[in-house]
Every structure is written in C-alpha cells, then in structure tokens.
Design a protein around this ligand. Sequence first.
Ligand code: SAM
Length: 543
Amino acid sequence: MPRSASRSFSRMVRGVAARRSAHSWRSNLTYRSAGVTRRSSGSTGRTLGRSTPTVKDGGVTSRGSRSERRRLGAYYTPPALVDLLVREVLLPWCETSATPPFVIDPACGDGRLLEAAGRAITERYGIDPAPFLVGVELDDTTAAETERRLGCRVLRCDAREVLGAPEYSHAFDVVIGNPPYLSQLSTGTARGGSSRLGGGPYADVAAEFLALAPRLVRSPGGRVGLVLPMSVLATRDVAPIREAVERAARIDLCWWADESMFDANVRTCILGFVVGDSAVPNGVRRFHGPDARPIDPVRHEGLATASWGWLVADVVGIPPLAIGSGHGLLRDIAIATADFRDQYYGLVGAVGDDVDGPPLVTSGLIDVAQCRWGTRATRFAKVRYAAPRVDVSRLGSALQAWARTRLVPKVLVASQTKVIEAVVDERGEWLPSVPVISVVPHDAGDVWLAAAMLTSPVASAWIALQRIGTGLSAQAIRVTASDLAALPLPADRTAWKDASDSLQNGDVYGCGRHMIHAYGLAHRADLYDWWEQRVNGSRERSG
Ligand SMILES: C[S@@+](CC[C@H](N)C(=O)[O-])C[C@H]1O[C@@H](n2cnc3c(N)ncnc32)[C@H](O)[C@@H]1O
C-alpha cells in the first residue's frame, strides 16, 4: 500500500475513534456530523443495500474468471451465513453498547457483510452506518466498486501486510469476514514458506486472517466472526495460531455444515470469539447445517486440546476423550515415518506381479489387523496388480538403502480410514507403498505392543479428534506419521500386554477392550461401542 494511503487510513481510524468517545451516538447522527465526505450518490441517512450486488446463483458465486477467483479466494458468503454473522456476532456487541460499533471486514469483496452490518447498525442506532464500516480488499476493481456502492472506506491492499501495524491494533469493535482460503498444497496459491502471522508452512491463508483478527478489536469485549475452512479446527500447522487466539479470546460461537456451502470444494465453519473475556457462561453457542439451526452448546471439558475438534466432535459422532502424555508417547518406543514422492517414483518400474522380491503393501490392502496382500487386487502407479512385488535389484542405490530400512519388523498403517487400520509385519518382509505409514519399534520385540496401541479405540478417537475436518469426509480419520508419534502411551502395562496378546491371537475386539482398560477408561462403553461399530463397518465393506 502506498505510504500516503496508509497514513490517511490511520488518520481515519484515529478520527473515528475520537468521534466515538466525543459524541452520544444515540442522537441523530448524520454523515456530516460524523465528518465523513460521501463518495456515492443517495440521500444522507440512507440504508445500504439498494444497489445491485455482483452476485449470482443465490449468492453463492461471485464475479471474475474461475482462475482469478481461485487466486484471490473470492468465493462470496451465502446469505444464511451473512445473517448468522450479523445476528450472532455484531448484534450481541450492540446489545451492550449505546454507541455503534466500528466494524472491519478484512477481505470485504463485494461488501455484503459490511452491507448487512450497516443495515443492522442503522436499525439499532438510527444513523447512517458508512462512517463505522471499513473494508479491506486486495483486488482494485472490487475495492473501488464496493467503496462506491456502500459509501464506506475500502482500503486497497493485502490485509495481512497492513493490518498487523500497531496503529490498527485494537482499533475496531467487531471483525466480520470470510477471508480467502488459499491452500498451501496448491502451487497456484502457495505462499512459499511459513506464515509471518504464526502458522507453519501448510497453514491456509485464511488462518493468517484468524491470527490477525483478535488483534484488531478492543479488549475486553471486542468480537470476531470469521468464515473459515473447517481444516483450521485441527490442521497441525495452524496449532500455533489456535493457541495464540485462545490466549487472547474465548470461543463463543461455532457453525459448520457437513456439505460444501460454496462453489469451491471445501467444507467451512464459522468461529466467533469474544476478546479478553475468559468467562464461559453456557459453553460455546453452536449452529449446524446450511440453514444454521441452533444445536446444543458445548463446553471444553478437558478434552484433547491440540485441536478445536471438540467443538464439533459429539455431532460428528466422535466420543470425547482426555488422555495425558504422562506415560510417554509412541515416539518413545517407535519411529513413525511416511514415505513421499521419491519413494513412489523410485518404485515405478520395479513393481510387478511376475517379479521376485518383497510384497508391496498399499493402503488399500490394509484392513484392521489384516493384510490382504495376495488375496485382494490393488493399484500402484495407475496399474492394477494381483500380488505386487518389488524387484529390489531394479531400484537405484538410494532406494535400495531405503528398502533395507523398511525391511524390518514394523507396523504398517493405512492413511485415511474410519478407524486406524494397522497390520504387523513381524518378520520385516513387506515394503510400504506411498502413503502407508511405517511404525518401526526401537525394540523389534515391541512390534505387537505398538500394533495394539494403534489398533485401540483410544488411538482412533484421539487421532480423529486431533484431525477433525482435515479428512476427505466428516467421518474419515486422516492419519499422519507425526500424529501417530504423538499418541500417548497407556498407563497399565499389564492390560497393554493382554491387548497385544489378543491381537497376536487374531482377537481384534479383545485387543480393543484390553486397551481401553490400559488407558484407565474401562467405564467408557461409548468409546468401545463407537470403535466396534466402525470396525464392523469396515470389515463388512471389505468382505
Ligand atoms: C471469500 S471472499 C469474501 C468476500 C466477502 N467478504 C464475502 O463475505 O462474501 C475473499 C475476498 O478477499 C479478497 N482478498 C484475497 N486476498 C486478500 C488479502 N490478502 N487482503 C485483502 N483481501 C483479500 C478477495 O479478492 C475476495 O474478494
């Protein structure tokens, strides 16, 4: 942003802040008394929203070419969610104040959220809302159109670069927005490296807006409401941002839908926060589904904390769970590793049904405690095989070295399933395909203990809570090597050993029951039932 624009914006922020304290805004405030020069036509004190919005398809799609919208993350908010944000984030703030809120949308697009906020402000305070509304928009044309249409200030810049400056710190009362979702896994939208606002390399750009928002509002009492990709609830690279936000604010509101609400293939949630307020009156207010119907509030009662999965766990159908790490973690007894493209491409050309060498085990061949190699066909590198083996002599020297590290006693874990599916390779005879995870115990004698832990109901529920919203569907558990490594060890070694014996004897359910004891959760029939049902479902599917 040009320096002059930045200065004029800061002046405007300071000016409105000063006017807020000097006036009683309940009096009939006009544009002129607020000291703002109108930029568009229309009479003083008009309500917003009479111009034609740049929206099609019931408010779900927006302007611009497909690639341009993808680059900007310009997928506009559907009306039901606009209403929810205004009703449940802005209006509660207004309930407590005789003066109108100063509202910012840091990624305002066509200004629909500001427009709705403006209408609510006019209704409550009887004033022209434009001086209280500020938008930020990266796209020049969109910013100019929105500024003209709403008559409020729209700053043309990258919100992440500008709003972190000290002059915007705590300058507003309410942040509402639907920031761009720009996946860091896609080359077209990747930022290239860690976020300067606190997240890791894979933190979506939307998470950077989440990091920024609480810093923009006054404390205590400022409110934030953002439409976000559901993955922010649990993605590991967003964890530092979640922690920072939780230190600054209380989660007050959560909405989500199981279906996509935008014409982008992404599941979304709305999170609302009250800044500088630690009181938890009735838990987090929750709304669910496309029609945002209210459902029971939820409290954070010592559940697994690395993610915000607890906000939705009961509805998604995952039992709540609290286990400590006081007895160590899986990484204390084993190394969990996922292989990547080097191994995948390195194996191409060395795999065949008619070659000699170790069996190649794909994710699709792994069921709960059963490896289907040789009895079920599978695909590798787009080719179907009945019983694929790897001719190790055809691998390059680096891949041969890799194969030697994998041909050891280990547990192989499938990547995305309803419960964790793990199989034991006791003699170290199989090679994993990508993206199978290898769990190699430091002591080969622990291989069944490691497998029992991974096969337990506790592990499945724990991983599901960590990673809620990051799998392909609401029900899928996305397993990563680092999550497995961080799985807490059970306290009761005797019950753990019983579980591993059961597993070794082919009794998966006995293993599950003993492991629940091993974690001191014998009273949790719900946990066992949840897991058993999923195990049965996955066994029925795989015949
Ligand atoms: C998901 S749309 C939301 C628009 C509108 N607030 C709504 O709720 O429908 C995100 C908007 O943010 C804009 N945008 C993308 N990156 C931005 C950035 N770094 N700073 C400010 N705006 C940005 C896009 O051009 C797009 O208009």
